[in-house]
Design a protein around this ligand. Structure first.
Ligand code: C2E
Ligand code: C2E
Ligand code: C2E
Length: 89
């Protein structure tokens, strides 16, 4: 086991996401809304997503998973802890 503990989850801050301009965050917002709808998980302040969903989002944003992670951290949508989740790829 890692000395830093288990691999952290990728947790999207939905309130922060809603404040961002659509040009930047529209694709992520639609993706998150689709997952919420599939789960029937509405009204959450955050949404835990699958590692494989970050890979799909990276393709959508034409970035590597680690580049997209840095962008989402800079937007305040992901916690900096998420870096460790992506290192495990
Ligand atoms: P599925 O992938 O066949 O998963 C069926 C159910 O197994 C899910 O129902 C959930 O109760 C459970 N499950 C599957 N994987 C996980 C997991 O990693 N963690 C947890 N806590 N439970 C898990 P649920 O939540 O109603 O989702 C229904 C369907 O919606 C899923 O069927 C999947 O097709 C889609 N879905 C939901 N959330 C996600 C997501 O984050 N990413 C993707 N790609 N699909 C999702
Ligand atoms: P956690 O994973 O640290 O999540 C803390 C709180 O963040 C959750 O409290 C919930 O309010 C929110 N949260 C995190 N991810 C989501 C999400 O995808 N949708 C929504 N609507 N809210 C989310 P909560 O629900 O009281 O859960 C407390 C703890 O119970 C969680 O801490 C986790 O350790 C465990 N837990 C809850 N649901 C699951 C699950 O589906 N799978 C696993 N493995 N653990 C779960
Ligand atoms: P979690 O529920 O704590 O699950 C942690 C990891 O355990 C998942 O990471 C996945 O690798 C594995 N896992 C848990 N349940 C299942 C399952 O039913 N089938 C399979 N094949 N693997 C499972 P992952 O995929 O990166 O997901 C991270 C977190 O995203 C999950 O943490 C959960 O909070 C959320 N999540 C992912 N998929 C679903 C889903 O379909 N429904 C719900 N409600 N939450 C999901």
């Amino acid at each position: 086991p890692s000395p830093l503990g288990p691999t952290p989850k990728l947790v999207i801050d939905l309130e922060r996401l809603a404040q961002l301009p659509k040009e930047k965050a529209g694709a992520l917002a639609r993706y998150a809304a689709t997952i919420q709808s599939q789960r029937g998980d509405y009204n959450g302040k955050v949404l835990s997503i699958r590692q494989e969903d970050l890979r799909s989002l990276a393709v959508i944003y034409d970035k590597s998973p680690s580049e997209l992670t840095e962008e989402l951290i800079s937007w305040g949508v992901l916690d900096p802890e998420a870096r460790r989740a992506v290192e495990a790829f």
